[in-house]
Write a protein that binds this ligand. Structure first.
Ligand code: HEC
Length: 170
């Protein structure tokens, strides 16, 4: 009896971090695209699966500050969500169904925030959300805060607030 209770409590504890989070709204297909670049090339961490990134309205309205040395300093407001759909292959046709999403949510006070972002993966079909407790995501995304080999390469060495692209505004 006691053992069953313990297993129940442990599973409840585990589920707090995955199934029951519900931090990501269901309407992201209506959000603006974060970048119009075609993301079908290999990158470590996301492989060469076809990818489409979106940003929610809170993040889309935000404009970065320009520092004295002409570099931009990004600091997205709390509540910003950037969601990247990951498709099963490296091609995409309208109507294709993504497998899962990788997601960044600006939530500085959250116990698992790293760099002020919560890093998650959401399964498209089951809708299960899993928060990353390891520093796997943030360690690579830290590279976006200066010049890097991916996307637009951040040649201006702006502080990007951990995003490899910036919102291209349409
Ligand atoms: C080894 C590097 C690497 C790792 C690890 C990684 N990413 Fe990324 N991520 C990238 C790159 C590069 C991009 C740029 C867009 C593209 O080419 O897909 C990106 C893009 C994104 C975006 C769109 C915003 C942006 O930066 O353009 C989100 C959201 C995202 N990743 C979430 C995650 C999450 C969540 C994890 C951990 C589960 C993760 N990433 C792990 C390299 C990485």
């Amino acid at each position: 009896m006691k053992k069953t209770l313990l297993i129940f409590l442990l599973s409840l504890l585990y589920s707090c971090d995955s199934k029951l989070e519900n931090l990501i709204p269901d309407n992201h297909e209506k959000w603006p695209l974060f970048t119009h670049d075609k993301l079908d090339y290999f990158i470590p961490g996301h492989e060469n699966n076809y990818r489409i990134s979106y940003i929610n309205e809170i993040g889309a309205k935000y404009k970065p500050q320009k520092k004295d040395n002409d570099q931009f300093l990004y600091n997205y407001p709390e509540g910003t969500i950037i969601l990247k759909e990951i498709y099963p292959s490296n091609t995409y046709q309208p109507g294709d169904i993504p497998e899962y999403y990788t997601v960044m949510i600006k939530k500085p006070g959250h116990p698992h925030a790293q760099g002020d972002w919560v890093w998650l993966v959401k399964n498209h079909e089951s809708k299960e959300e899993t928060i990353f407790h390891s520093d796997m995501c943030v360690n690579c995304h830290e590279g976006a805060n200066t010049q890097h080999p991916y996307g637009d390469k951040n040649l201006g060495k702006d502080f990007r607030d951990y995003t490899f692209f910036t919102f291209d505004g349409q």
